[in-house]
Design a protein around this ligand. Structure first.
Ligand code: NAD
Ligand code: UGA
Length: 462
């Protein structure tokens, strides 16, 4: 019955590519085609060097590519042939006009909706995979059904919860799959079609269904809660630094309360990534739109604390290194917004590099996967900036090393070797608390973790 069902995904990015590869791998009875306006991305998906770095992704792509998984730039053809269309285009924060800097920029998404309408000749299920403001499905339906050709479309919301770096695990074994639909007979029928796809590998009790608006809102709220947890511990890290408490110990004590949970309590240099800030801004915008000022202010605080944390990190470097960084050589270990990805969107590394360059520091940026993106992010940044993949070469001759990304390799480096190649006094700023601080101190470093007392060899340190 399903033999000839055709799935199309519009948008071959961090979500579209891995998600569709997993569906194709788990559901050989469906033909899955992923299309994009970017021919380089599509060429990448069709090659051995995939356009994104994600552990395990290669194997999943290889399992289905050429069998029932195809990557193409033929968007119109794909639309015509598809029974089910996932829309996974980007929805960045609007940079112009009303809502600039807050609301979601829906131009890519709307263009896609119009293209689906114009190219369709048969009934289709349209699935919102992108993260969208509440009530977008309504706008989608209005666009799809506008004009002379009244066609049959059912719109579902199926937000994606994967995290980069663990996308394959998250897709293979999700905490939940959320499907929102109209609660009409046609909506329920479409919902069943989508449940049937996921039920090929996801236990049914993990597939939850809601109305459209709850589904759209749940995605924004999930990201807001996760980011809020990080901002909460980061706010406390600032207090720990003033009171000699240790943020890791506090997080452990707090996180053992099963009502709170221990995950997402790692104090850091600040959260990054393409979605947390964008989705919270979107939530804030919605609250303001509906006149809920105190609610908007509450969620905006999560972003304010994140900005504060990034600024604090740079100021701490400046103050600690005798209030001048001019001409000093600083090695940044990591630039990706988190480990196990090459993605640098909204990475704290961008802010920190720019601030250090403003202070006229000389920067050597190292990262196992993100150097190309780093160069792109900093291309307009005037300053003495170099890129070096090898962490030992990057740290050589530096006054300070700062850990920006929690790549495992950085906790396994030979720090004696690094220390001996650095200018003295040598500083370490551990923006992820992944290093063995007392060992680094014993080697001779002056060590500045997040939310913990510093370990220094200076006689008096205030
Ligand atoms: P991305 O930028 O990596 O990919 C989006 C792709 O859509 C790009 O390749 C772009 O060329 C393509 N595109 C844009 N307009 C198009 C059009 N009209 N026709 C065809 N292709 C078009 O973005 P992403 O990270 O995959 O995110 C996509 C959506 O998923 C966003 O709404 C995001 O909030 C959400 N999301 C992302 C993640 C994540 O980890 N990155 C996780 C969950 C949800
Ligand atoms: C996040 C969510 O975890 C996903 O569920 C969601 O689907 C996705 O956003 C999205 O909508 O795009 P992602 O941004 O890929 O995923 O990665 P996270 O693991 O959530 O990390 C986000 C940022 O928070 C990173 O910079 C990370 O280093 C930081 N972080 C995370 C901390 O600083 N401390 C922590 O304890 C955890």
């Amino acid at each position: 019955m399903n033999k000839h069902k055709k799935i199309l995904c519009i948008g071959a990015g961090y979500v579209g590519g891995p998600t569709m590869a997993m569906i194709a791998c788990k559901c050989p009875q469906y033909t899955v085609t992923v299309v994009d306006i970017n021919p380089e991305r599509i060429a990448g998906w069709n090659s051995d060097s995939l356009p994104i770095y994600e552990p395990g992704l290669h194997d999943v792509v290889k399992c289905a590519r050429g069998r029932n998984l195809f990557f193409s730039t033929e968007i119109e053809k794909g639309i015509q042939e598809a029974d089910i269309i996932f829309v996974s285009v980007n929805t960045p924060t609007k940079s112009f006009g009303a809502g600039a800097g807050m609301a979601a920029d829906l131009q890519y998404w709307e263009k896609t909706a119009r293209q689906i309408r114009d190219c369709s000749q048969s009934p289709k299920i349209i699935v919102e995979k992108s993260t969208l403001p509440v009530k977008t499905a309504l706008a989608m339906k209005r666009i799809l059904t506008a004009g002379d050709k009244k066609k049959q479309f059912e719109v579902l919301s199926n937000p994606e919860f994967l995290a980069e770096g663990t996308a394959i695990q998250d897709l293979e074994n999700p905490d939940r799959v959320l499907i929102g639909s109209d609660e009409t007979p046609a909506g329920m029928k479409a919902r069943k079609e989508l449940v049937k796809i996921y039920a090929n590998w996801v236990p049914e009790e993990k597939i939850i269904t809601t109305n459209l608006w709850s589904s759209e809102l749940s995605k924004l709220v999930s990201n807001a809660f996760l980011a809020q947890k990080i901002s909460s511990i980061n706010a406390i890290s600032a207090l720990c630094e003033k009171t000699d408490a240790d943020v890791t110990e506090v997080a452990r004590a707090v996180g053992m309360d099963s009502r709170l949970g221990s995950r997402f309590l790692n104090a850091s240099v600040g959260f990054g990534g393409s979605c947390f800030k964008k989705d919270i801004l979107n939530l804030v915008y919605l609250c303001r739109y509906y006149g809920l000022e105190p609610v908007a202010d509450y969620w905006e605080g999560v972003i304010r604390i994140n900005d504060f944390q990034k600024e604090r990190f740079v100021l701490n470097m400046l103050n600690t290194m005798f209030n001048t960084l001019a001409g000093k050589k600083i090695c940044l270990l990591g630039f990706a917004f988190k480990a196990d990805t090459g993605d640098t969107r909204e990475s704290p590394g961008i802010f920190i590099s720019r601030k250090l360059a403003e202070e006229k520091a000389r920067l050597i940026i190292s990262d196992p996967q993100a150097l190309e993106n780093a160069k792109h992010d900093l291309k307009d940044c005037a300053g003495d900036i170099h890129y070096e993949k090898d962490p030992y070469a990057a740290a050589e001759g530096c006054d300070a090393v700062a850990v920006i990304t929690e790549w495992k390799i950085y906790s396994e480096l030979d720090y004696e070797r690094i220390f001996s190649s650095m200018i003295k006094p040598a500083f370490v700023f551990d923006g992820r608390n992944i290093l063995d601080h007392s060992r680094l101190f014993d080697i001779g470093f002056n060590v500045f973790p997040i939310g913990k007392p510093p370990l220094t060899h200076f006689e008096e340190y205030v």
